[in-house]
Design a protein around this ligand. Sequence first.
Ligand code: ATP
Length: 192
Amino acid sequence: MRLSRVKLTGFKSFVDPVELRVLPGLTGVVGPNGCGKSNLLEAIRWAMGEGSAKSLRGGAMEDVIFAGTASRPQRQFAEVAILATNENGEVEVVRRIERGAGSAYRINGRDVRARDAQLLFADAATGAHSPALVSQGRIGSIIAAKPAERRQMLEEAAGISGLHVRRREAEIRLKATETNLEKVAQSLAELE
Ligand code: ATP
């Protein structure tokens, strides 16, 4: 999967709508301190379904919404749209958060769950925790990572992290079915 465009509105320091084209060959973003390099990377990870506010340097998810400055009022929502190309063609994923209303996702204009957006990227080995997105301090954290964390990174890179999600969901469904079967067996025993 290849990212080709990122559109941000009201996300952290990107208060005004801005559209960035990701051209072939782009490997890094440079700029003065505080210009928004990390915010940009976080916006991409957020749109991919990042669920941890802490990993986006916030206390709550709403902290990604422009908080206001001395001269500009805070915003009520933040929205990030990423356009990517995969083997099926172009896909646009949009995540939007409104104060007091939480996040909503759309894939090609259709409302979807967070899980759908997360799995779309995880299956293509470009998820919110993908080693393809190298933020500040990431190299150091890889060196210091515990073996289980390194394994997680390799699984992200291999595009199999989504399988764990599906396995967990299948296990939950299996457990529910087992409980139902036990209830049926009990009811049958009572009838006999
Ligand atoms: P450095 O090179 O120092 O790491 P950077 O280019 O990565 O800097 P960022 O960390 O992306 O910069 O941006 C920091 C700026 O974003 C700060 O000025 C901070 O006030 C602003 N910022 C972060 N969150 C918000 C928010 N919710 N609303 C408004 N501004 C925000």
